[in-house]
Design a protein around this ligand. Structure first.
Ligand SMILES: C[S@@+](CC[C@H](N)C(=O)[O-])C[C@H]1O[C@@H](n2cnc3c(N)ncnc32)[C@H](O)[C@@H]1O
Length: 355
């Protein structure tokens, strides 16, 4: 969906929200009391929601991923709402899922809005509105961003609810193909990521009773492989995406799940952390999450505990890991990926200690 645009001219992630706010600000006169209700889906920038509030709406915001001070859950509140505003997400399946959820939350005659940037695909997004959302039309084009609107004339074809967006696809975690549950917008939806597969092939055996955290667990592939390879280990799954954790709950029902975005959100100490960590923030590459994970690992790990992570070799994480952990080793190297492992000081309790 993303087309490359030069960094200098590409709109920032907040630009569509500002453009939506600009359009809302030109809607005059302000709505009379009592305030109608509006729902904003998946916009981390507050601009559009603020503008709706200024226009007279009682505004609810919903996020699937943790956002500071914001409601975060696996599915939007039921409503109904007079209008629903959808920030164009990263993939088309997720866009279709959110537009369906939006259409289920307005009455017939209610308005659905979709806003995003040209380099995110908003120019071809009109076809993603569900049947029964009439006319998708462009309300405004500004700063390489667009606001589209459609009027609901009939309920959307799929029933409301995350269950109706289940993606079932076989994955092989080392013991043959098995059915695996994903939802739109989850990392590597419908397949096993190459980097995760490499990490799964090189997971350390951990002793019964050891507490292992899959950080950035997504649908739970790495945690599931670890639980199978080390029966008796207590596997915890942490992710900042409530929808990913819903998939993980279906794939690995016995594992406790933590909706969080840092090690401190897990019960500590941990004996072993395994991770295929995110290397993007919004659309741009960012090592901020990896850096925090590695920096926080020594305090979160039990003495002798270990961190094993997979990432693209080009990221050259050896130095970062070496700055915070002992005896950092390359455990595997395949294609563009590398698996590193490092230990904290103290008596090793999880994976085999460095000799
Ligand atoms: C590269 S994906 C790996 C997913 C999964 N482990 C797999 O192998 O399929 C990274 C995961 O980290 C999650 N994530 C992103 N930022 C995070 C953060 N700050 N804290 C925790 N999880 C985060 C994403 O939702 C995503 O599920």
């Amino acid at each position: 969906m993303t087309q490359a645009a030069s960094a200098a001219s590409a709109p920032t992630r907040d630009a569509p929200s500002r453009v939506a706010a600009w359009w809302i600000g030109r809607r005059r006169p302000p709505h009379p009391a009592p305030p109608p209700t509006a729902l904003v889906l998946g916009d981390r920038s507050p601009e559009a929601a603020r503008a709706l509030h200024g226009y007279g709406f009682a505004v609810t915001r919903w996020h699937r991923r943790l956002a500071p001070g914001q409601r975060c859950s696996a599915w939007p509140p039921a409503g109904p709402f007079a209008e629903v505003w959808v920030r164009l997400p990263r993939s088309w399946p997720e866009a279709e899922m959110l537009l369906h959820a939006a259409a289920a939350r307005v009455p017939d005659g209610g308005q659905l809005f979709l806003y995003g940037a040209g380099n995110e695909g908003i120019r071809s997004a009109a076809s993603r509105f569900p049947p029964g959302a009439d006319g998708p039309r462009t309300l405004c084009i500004r700063r390489r961003c667009r606001v589209l609107a459609a009027t609901r004339t009939a309920p959307p074809p799929r029933p409301d609810g995350l269950d109706h967006w289940t993606v079932r696809a076989p994955v092989d975690l080392g013991r043959g193909p098995r059915e695996w549950i994903h939802y739109p917008g989850i990392f590597a939806c419908g397949r096993l990521d190459e980097g995760s597969a490499l990490l799964i092939d090189h997971l350390p055996p951990v002793p019964p009773g050891a507490r292992v955290l899959d950080y950035g667990a997504g649908s739970g592939t790495i945690g599931a492989a670890l639980a199978e390879g080390s029966p008796g280990a207590m596997v915890l799954l942490l992710d900042n995406d409530a929808i990913a954790l819903t998939a993980a709950a279906r794939n690995l029902p016995a594992a406790p799940r933590i909706l969080g975005d840092r090690l401190g959100h897990a019960p500590l100490p941990i004996d072993h952390i395994v991770s295929n960590p995110p290397i993007h923030s919004r659309r741009a590459q960012s090592l901020a999450t990896i850096e925090r994970l590695v920096r926080d690992a020594p305090a979160a790990l039990a003495p002798g505990g270990a961190l094993t992570l997979v990432a693209q070799r080009r990221l050259g994480l050896q130095r970062l890991l070496g700055a915070h952990l002992r005896r950092v080793r390359t455990v595997a190297d395949r294609g563009p990926f590398r698996v590193w492992r490092g230990w904290t000081a103290g008596r090793a309790q999880s994976a085999r200690p460095p000799s």
